[in-house]
Design a protein around this ligand. Structure first.
Ligand SMILES: NC(=O)c1ccc[n+]([C@@H]2O[C@H](COP(=O)([O-])OP(=O)(O)OC[C@H]3O[C@@H](n4cnc5c(N)ncnc54)[C@H](OP(=O)(O)O)[C@@H]3O)[C@@H](O)[C@H]2O)c1
Length: 334
């Protein structure tokens, strides 16, 4: 039988400060053989996510990634050998394969995916990013037409879709992103009404100018100072959809959290709700139907940032945390 070589990227040491490519090492082992009930998958595209870094800090909605193990990560993969009912070679799946060429996984841990063109959309707009934007904005943020929606990490994979979905729903949309180029892209290409450069502008003042009627929905991807600035400008009965806290993922543990909690929340009757995209997976088909129709109608522009080569995955994650990416960053493995 054909001997398959499996390249793997190990997390050799957990970072105590900023993540760097030196925390990883490339190694090679023979590909595993699937057991009864398992399939062997070949990884095609690895999804790079800000949360990859958070998993190194400790248990989140999944167990922590430990030093010495294959770096965890979601991927679009193709079944190459099956010892499970209902899955055959050639089938496409989404799975936590980790950063490697091959993984043998129980069939029940795989999400079967349709063939779409381009395939990469299965990791962006029709993947976790698109569904997180959709459920977080529409089910947690619940904006109505005419309201003001603000989103942070707005040029990232989730944020760029949140803003565009906000426009579909008739809202005024303000993005917060790092750098003038990203801000110009949000307003010029993606149809955001305004954008604030949190690295250069006076955040509080620029936000006030961009959202003169206050904020009804804040989609929070970053936490920290940006959450604090938005909290102070929330309207009565505003909603804050807590999606993530990128500002706290990389580097040494930060100082204290945002001021204004709970005082502003009480006075303004705010709802601040965390969510995990899988909470809404029973409504996935309806969400995908909406996302597909908006893409087809040209209402959602899908920005993807595809980098070639498994060996480049560590550098690509470090770059993502530093703000290199626009839209969904992923690695083409093979
Ligand atoms: N709740 C869920 O189920 C769920 C699911 C998926 C993702 N998430 C969360 O959603 C958020 C967005 O993820 P994503 O995959 O869209 O991100 P992404 O595309 O990976 O974008 C990351 C962006 O964050 C920005 N950033 C980095 N450090 C920052 C800081 N200190 N302050 C402000 N912005 C910073 C950078 O852009 P700039 O150039 O603008 O700084 C960077 O490009 C993350 O918090 C992630 O954990 C949650």
């Amino acid at each position: 039988m054909e001997e398959r070589t499996n390249r793997q990227i190990l997390l050799v040491e957990k970072p105590t400060d900023r993540l760097s490519p030196e925390h990883f090492r490339l190694t090679q082992v023979p590909a595993p053989a699937p057991r009864e009930g398992e399939v062997l998958v070949r990884v095609r595209y690895i999804s790079l996510d800000a949360a990859n870094r958070a998993w190194m800090q400790g248990t989140t909605y999944r167990s922590a990634v430990e030093a010495g193990s294959v770096m965890a990560g979601g991927a679009l993969a193709e079944v190459v050998e099956s010892r499970a009912d209902g899955l055959a070679p050639g089938d496409l799946v989404f799975a936590d394969t980790g950063w490697q060429d091959y993984a043998a996984l129980p069939a029940r841990q795989l999400i079967r995916l349709p063939q779409v063109t381009p395939l990469t959309h299965l990791l962006s707009v029709y993947g976790i990013a698109g569904l997180t934007a959709y459920f977080g904005l529409l089910h947690v943020g619940r904006p109505t037409a005419g309201e003001t929606v603000v989103v942070s990490a707005a040029a990232g994979s989730v944020g760029s879709l949140v803003g565009q979905i906000g426009k579909v729903k008739g809202c005024r949309v303000v993005g917060i992103a790092g750098g003038r180029d990203k801000c110009d892209w949000l307003t010029g290409e993606l149809g955001f009404d305004a954008a604030v450069d949190y690295k250069a502008d006076n955040l509080f003042k620029a936000l006030k100018a961009a959202a003169p009627k206050g904020i009804d929905v804040y989609f929070d991807n970053v936490g920290g100072d940006i959450l604090e600035a938005c909290l102070a400008q929330m309207n009565l009965r505003g909603r804050i959809a807590c999606c993530g806290a990128i500002s706290q993922y990389d580097g040494a543990p930060g100082g204290h959290g945002p001021r204004g909690v709970p005082g502003l929340i009480v006075v303004k009757r705010l709802v601040m709700q965390g969510f995990i995209v899988t909470d809404y997976f029973n409504e996935r088909d309806a969400a995908l139907g909406d996302l597909q129709s908006w893409v087809a109608a040209g209402k959602l522009k899908v920005q993807e940032d595809v980098i070639d080569g498994l060996e480049n995955t560590p550098r690509a994650l470090v770059g993502l945390l530093a703000g290199e990416n626009r839209g969904k960053r992923m690695i083409r493995v093979g």
